[in-house]
Design a protein around this ligand. Structure first.
Ligand code: ATP
Ligand code: MG
Length: 279
């Protein structure tokens, strides 16, 4: 495996440091020794076919799943065996954008975004309202507080999901398939928003996707998950310069097979992905 993470960022502690992570569900060995370093302040994209364990990996970073073996560090702190009560505190600092947005359909946009604020902070209603407005502004949807989730397009739902994830001003944001099901225009908008949030809030971001265009648009670094391991990782610059051959092949749709769920290999990616990688 190639990994150039010990480079320009110097010896700084990575935000997330995943070392030899293993996770099985019964006989299904999903993660078989994942190594992944996510430098502070960067956008790292994790690619991999459907069923390769991308969502499983993300869930370990917020303690929604527990490792069988290996180690996870957040800003140098070993979180692998934290208790649930300790994870509740840790999760305030790591926003999670669920695959499919996962808004509460019976609550307005306002109440969806206010939810984590009410849960974790002791704010008066005026402060909550101000924070909700700021979050909607940040995702490019100012003034839609009163709408219900059913009244939103898919792209808007995803962005409201992001607004909710940033409500507590997290130091990191995890995006699970933020563009799946979106048209190219909305996908580009979500990509721009990811970069924008990273720049303005200086957050560390992990993006899980098999969207080629998104990967090329947002990443500082890219890692490919296959067979339960990160088989290749490196900077987006190296990728653009013609390096990282396995990742290039994946993005070009040339490496199809997955050990996990062979029925939905990356070749099922949308037609607009077919253009492949151009330096
Ligand atoms: N809670 C769970 N219990 C049992 N098996 C699970 C659980 N979560 C995930 N799996 C299994 O782990 C494997 C990886 O799932 P995961 O959701 O991480 O895939 P993925 O890479 O995110 O795929 P997709 O691109 O389709 O979202 C699959 O075989 C899945 O069935
Ligand atoms: Mg997934």
């Amino acid at each position: 495996m190639s990994n150039d993470s010990a480079g320009s960022a110097g010896a700084a502690t990575p935000f997330f440091d995943v070392c030899d992570l293993h996770k099985a569900f019964g006989s299904n060995r999903v993660l078989r020794g994942v190594d992944l370093r996510v430098p502070r302040g960067e956008v790292v994209t994790v690619l991999g076919g459907s069923g390769s364990g991308k969502s499983v990996l993300l869930k370990h970073l917020v303690g929604l799943l527990r490792a069988d073996a290996g180690e996870i560090r957040i800003e140098g702190r070993d979180v692998t065996r934290l208790r649930e009560s300790e994870w509740i505190e840790e999760r305030k600092h790591v926003g999670y954008v669920f695959q499919g947005a996962a808004l509460f359909d019976s609550l307005s946009v306002y109440e969806n975004i206010a939810y984590p604020l009410r849960e974790h902070l002791d704010l008066d209603e005026e402060q909550v309202a101000r924070r909700v407005a700021e979050c909607l502004e940040a995702v490019g949807l100012p003034g839609i507080e009163a709408r219900m989730p059913a009244q939103l397009s898919g792209g808007m739902r995803k962005r409201v999901g992001v607004a909710r994830a940033i409500a507590l001003e997290p130091r990191a944001i995890l995006y699970d398939e933020p563009t799946t099901g979106l048209d190219p225009g909305n996908s580009r908008r979500v990509g721009r928003m990811i970069r924008d949030l990273q720049r303005r809030l200086d957050v560390t971001s992990v993006v899980v996707t098999h969207d080629t265009a998104l990967c090329l648009a947002v990443s500082d670094r890219v890692a490919l998950l296959r067979g339960g391991r990160v088989v290749e990782a490196g900077s987006a610059e190296r990728l653009r310069g013609g390096g990282l051959p396995r990742i290039r092949a994946f993005l070009e749709g040339e490496e199809g097979e997955e050990d996990g769920d062979a029925t939905t290999a990356p070749s099922s990616a949308s037609p607009r992905d077919a253009g492949g990688v151009r330096p």
